[in-house]
Write a protein that binds this ligand. Structure first.
Ligand SMILES: Nc1ncnc2c1ncn2[C@@H]1O[C@H](COP(=O)(O)OP(=O)(O)OP(=O)(O)O)[C@@H](O)[C@H]1O
Ligand SMILES: N[C@@H](CCO)C(=O)O
Length: 313
């Protein structure tokens, strides 16, 4: 259950006075999601999602909401933030920074078909191109300056073998030159639960709260690790081919990206292995939600270190 901050009907009615979204018809807490408090809202004007930001740093919210707004205006299926009467997209409710965005149709997928993976690849490449003129910048907060102290924190929690693997991978990543890779705004967390589908049609990209400026190939690698590789580290060849093939058709990888591809897959695996280890060993006080299994990403990283696929093409 992920309603960390309850909201009463009267609090919500009063909060909605700041918007031009009509009368409240109903609302319901959303159980999925482990970072923020989310509600589905129905008003006389339509369907929306209300988010009370619990963990996301307030200073970054204008960037995230700006990216969503920019992309939805460019025809990418991301939820448009609803402006308040004063023109702002952020408000405060029960002590939390709060936003209302449009509710997108569709549902997440657990086992994507090649068709759905291709739809994701196409939209991801379009998203990268559409955000190329987004003016604001935000560095990736899950890079070397984050995982180096994270490993120190984890030092006493992990067996020597895991620590050695993590340290070796961090050392490898430090030798990779990212500067030659083209990039821009990336989603950076586009797992299966952050894409909504209606059958084969991709109807929504959600949860832009790790979006940042980074290499585009890294964003593709984050997707591949979750969409095309199972928890044992085995590739699903048809999903992989469909995803990267559709991406490449929309935006071809440069020579530098092709060469960097194996390292990007490893970087993406390292990032989520470390964040899951932190969530596992240092759960939030009062946490009621489950932590995701860190070992999945250990296996994925090991698989990449043993036999990484080259970029097809
Ligand atoms: N704009 C939207 N349209 C439709 N459904 C949405 C929208 N935003 C969120 N949802 C629903 O709410 C759920 C939780 O949202 P989200 O994934 O953003 O949660 P979170 O707690 O902020 O992040 P995380 O997934 O990292 O835990 C999603 O799984 C989806 O069902
Ligand atoms: N997508 C992440 C959680 C949210 O950042 C994971 O599966 O570890």
């Amino acid at each position: 259950m992920s309603v960390f901050t309850p909201v009463s009907e009267s609090e919500l009615r009063s909060y909605l006075n700041a918007y031009e979204l009509g009368e409240l018809v109903g609302y319901k807490g959303i159980e999925e999601g482990i970072e923020n408090t989310n509600f589905f809202l129905t008003t006389s004007h339509g369907e929306f999602v209300l988010t009370l930001f619990e963990r996301t740093p307030a200073a970054d919210l204008p960037y995230f909401l700006g990216v969503m707004d920019h992309l939805s205006r460019a025809g990418i299926p991301s939820a448009r933030p609803m402006p308040r009467r004063d023109g702002e997209v952020l408000g405060t409710l029960n002590g939390r920074a709060t936003a209302i965005v449009e509710r997108l149709s569709g549902r997440g997928v657990d086992q994507p078909s090649p068709e759905q993976a291709a739809a994701l690849g196409t939209v991801l490449a379009k998203m990268h191109k559409a955000a190329a003129d987004f003016p604001a910048q935000r560095p990736n907060c899950r890079g070397p300056s984050w995982w180096t102290p994270a490993l120190k924190e984890l030092h006493d929690k992990l067996p020597q073998e895991q620590l050695a693997l993590l340290q070796d991978e961090v050392a490898y990543q430090a030798r990779v030159d990212q500067s030659a890779l083209p990039g821009g705004v990336v989603h950076a967390d586009l797992f299966r639960d952050n894409a909504l589908f209606d059958g084969p049609r991709l109807t929504g990209l959600i949860d832009f709260y790790y979006a940042c400026n980074d290499a585009w190939a890294y964003d593709v690698a984050v997707c591949v690790n979750d969409w095309a590789i199972n928890a044992e580290g085995c590739f699903n060849a048809s999903v992989y081919d469909a995803l990267v093939g559709a991406y490449a058709q929309e935006r071809a990888f440069s020579e530098a990206e092709c060469q960097a591809w194996p390292g990007q897959l490893r970087r993406a695996a390292l990032r989520f292995w470390v964040s899951r280890l932190l969530d596992w060993h240092f759960p939030r006080a009062g946490e009621l939600t489950y932590s995701k299994d860190p070992a999945e990403f250990e296996r994925i990283l090991l698989a990449h270190r043993q036999r990484t696929p080259q970029w097809p093409g």
